[in-house]
Ligand binder design. Sequence first.
Ligand code: NAD
Ligand code: GLY
Length: 344
Amino acid sequence: MNTVTVRASRQYDILIGKGLLPRLGTLAGKLGKARKVCVVSETTVFPLYGQVVTDSLAAAGFCVVSYVFPAGEERKNAQTYLQLLNFLAENRLTRSDLIVALGGGVTGDLAGFAAATYLRGIRFIQVPTTLLAAVDSSVGGKTAIDLPSGKNLAGAFCQPSMVLCDIDTLNTLPAEVFRDGCAEVIKYGILYDPVLFSHLEQKGLCFDREYVITRCVELKRDVVMEDEFDTGARMKLNLGHTIGHGVEAKSNFTLSHGKSVSIGIAIVSRACRCVDTHRILAILQQFGLPISTEESAEDILFYALSDKKRSADQVSLILPNAIGDCSIVPTPIDQLESFIQAGL
Ligand code: NAD
Ligand code: GLY
């Protein structure tokens, strides 16, 4: 097992390894004097891992209640959030009690936002079960729900008290969902780490999961400790996301997030003439991710600008100079369409 410690507005450990779920109760017991735990999960993940998680918590002496909502991004909304808050209140969780988020990024974001706001904040543990959640959403304290106007428009920064990443849970992931997470893993290599990138090139989808997840988490930990509230260095994690968001939204979200990010990374790499463009395109293809789109630059731009990260008359694009070296480049909106066109 590997341990990565985050020192942000709250200090916490991220534990990464095999066979960790049965240890959750004992580890949660060390966090303080919680008596009750609410396990928040969804209808795909809870039948797979709910029993081992609730048994472990009960064996450690916790009173356990479970809130299970229908799986899917469309349920990361205000209605589910309010139902969850009411469930916590009806079950009389107090400020010293705990929430456990068991699932992918949807569960982590929803449960984290409830933890950030219920009784003005109670502690929570992230138990990520997708690759994306393991390397990205469970770390760093961004929590959110979607509004009808867009994704993640209501949320809070709220660091978890622990992240328990049992890599065995990834064995039940559909191949497409695993592949989507790989786009984020490749992103870390391009942004920060040529050694990680080379490992991925050599191993492809058979990469060493414990090493790769730990390395991505270390890299995100460093960014979060430098810029917890996303005003500078943390923006780099948006590599491929602004343009990818345009492609994803234009498809009416029928194209997955990971595939859209992959297209976004490919477009910016070509457009800024990154010296390692050929390696970036090759690795995305090696992982079965797309590197092109039929959409026009005009349409991609239109949908990309509905992204809430736009400020005033420019957007901050993350541009790769070479593997392990990327820059934040404020780009005037009136130059964006020709930039995208150059990368198609
Ligand atoms: P998800 O939680 O919807 O999981 C994807 C699919 O995999 C779902 O169908 C789910 O039921 C299923 N699943 C999850 N774990 C499984 C397992 N172990 N075995 C079998 N099936 C399993 O989506 P995701 O891709 O994990 O996360 C996407 C969400 O994360 C988005 O809402 C996005 O906004 C958010 N996100 C947040 C951050 C952050 O910093 N907070 C960062 C990136 C993404
Ligand atoms: N996923 C981007 C961030 O955590 O900032």
